[in-house]
Design a protein around this ligand. Sequence first.
Ligand code: ATP
Ligand code: MG
Length: 564
Amino acid sequence: MAYLTKTKSGQPVLLLKEGTSRSRGKEAQRNNIMAARVIGEAVRSTLGPRGMDKMLIDSLGDITITNDGAAILDEIDVEHPAAKMMVEVAKTQDDMVGDGTTTAVVVAGELLKKAEELLDENVHPTLIVSGYRKASQKAIEALRGIGLTVDLDDRETLKKVAVTSMGSKVIGSAREHFAEIAIDAVKQVAEKRGDSMVADIGNIQIIKKGGESLQDTEMVKGIIIDKEVLHPNMPKRIEKAKIALVNAPVEVEKTEASAEVRIKDPSQMKAFLDQETNMLKKMVEEVKKAGANVLFCQKGIDDMAQHFLAKEGVLAVRRVKQSDMDKLSRATGGKIVNDLDDLNAEDLGSAELVEEKKVGEDRMVFVEGCEDPRSVSILIRAGLERMVDEAERAMHDGLSVVADVIERNQVVTGGGATEATVAKELREYATKVGGREQLAIESFAESLETIPKTLAENAGLEQIDIMVQMRSAHEKPQGQHTGVDVFAGKVSNLREEGVIEPLSVKEQAIKSSVESASMILRIDDVIASKKTEAPPTPPGGPGGPAGAPGEGPGGMPGGMPPEY
Ligand SMILES: Nc1ncnc2c1ncn2[C@@H]1O[C@H](COP(=O)(O)OP(=O)(O)OP(=O)(O)O)[C@@H](O)[C@H]1O
Ligand SMILES: [Mg+2]
């Protein structure tokens, strides 16, 4: 259906292309809210240590079993643009702080559900949005007020934060062990920049291998290359390694055109073969001349060259991934050369030890004691293949929260305690604001309370009883740390139980959930072009800036579902 409008003289003007669909006003709002809420509902049951897992099957039939909000939403292929915005919430949360993705999505879904109730009472969306904005500012203020400072040498507290974040992942008793590794690894990469600490966990290499138990997961101070030493006669262990990093084949180049060489007598044949051998020998000499005893080559290494390298006592690995070459370069201080002839002693990297070790069924090369002490790797082990992946996600959460606390040393109590405290402060604030915005602020407070509510629900507890106990505990000044103890099945002081989380995770969850909820609420007009075969996704995805009513849907990806 094409859309028409009329000029003053009554002349019809065609505005939109044939096949464009449009929904406006309340209808557009309701559709968007509903789609976004469904996403919130979908991940809700996974919240907390007693939350359930989801089994995701992709189009190729591969199965993922996870509890991780970001992973779930990453796997499911959502179609509706508003639902896509909710997926963005999880992504943003994951990128910024690495944990709390389920929380952010559940709160965003709840904010929209409550907004719908307000819309039913004829509260204008603009007022809801401004009420939510005020509430989020106040919530962040309240949050900062209750944050407790952590001494970065206080390993016990860091461990509790890491264990809490991994509480919901199916790694069981390996949690403590994982937490220790996460702390060691993050401390290794953390550095002081100006007055602040920076801990970039992107510097931590994670290698996964099935076959052992989670307890065998270990941290290695260095880089692990998932390749074996090339030749059986090569050394398997080199101390005080001088490492050549080469991005060129150690092979004699074959000509593109097929040529024929006629050989008349055996001496000619020998000379021909000798020449090839000599070329390879010369290449190996270049490596040796530079003083290298280890060679990592991004390309191939000829059999004959392997033999010469082995004779020279060089440990060589071929077809190393580019990303691994870059890591090696950073870690060992070596320069990647593109031509063997250019290899010099200055180009070599160094490491205390390069050694091939057996990991499960495979052999890998460990480069340890690197020049750059910030190069660390974690070798994740688990019995089942699927377990390895979930263990990696758990480690990711553990690393993220330790890094969060190192970068900003504030923590709050988990188990819904923080959300309950903030909700209480918001309710007091709401009465001061008054008017219709008061309603929105109260809705915001209730939305935050879905966290303790959902934790209770997922633990099979009686939601109403728990919430009554929570509210009454939080009325008392010492009740601030009261949360849902999902294992004991009652409310208790969770700070004492060691259930603590980084303040930055909670703060980011509030920011991203309110942003997306407001963005969705401000949309009152959805104009969707006719779907093309492969709908192009605009760069930057759906998470663009909030637009004024009417301009919001302009930046949305893809088309609307046909029933839209
Ligand atoms: N032992 C515990 N008792 C009570 N609540 C806990 C406990 N451990 C963790 N929690 C709570 O569980 C919630 C976190 O659950 P979960 O890790 O499943 O979701 P998330 O962190 O929001 O998202 P994700 O980890 O998927 O990115 C937090 O509110 C946290 O305080
Ligand atoms: Mg978590």
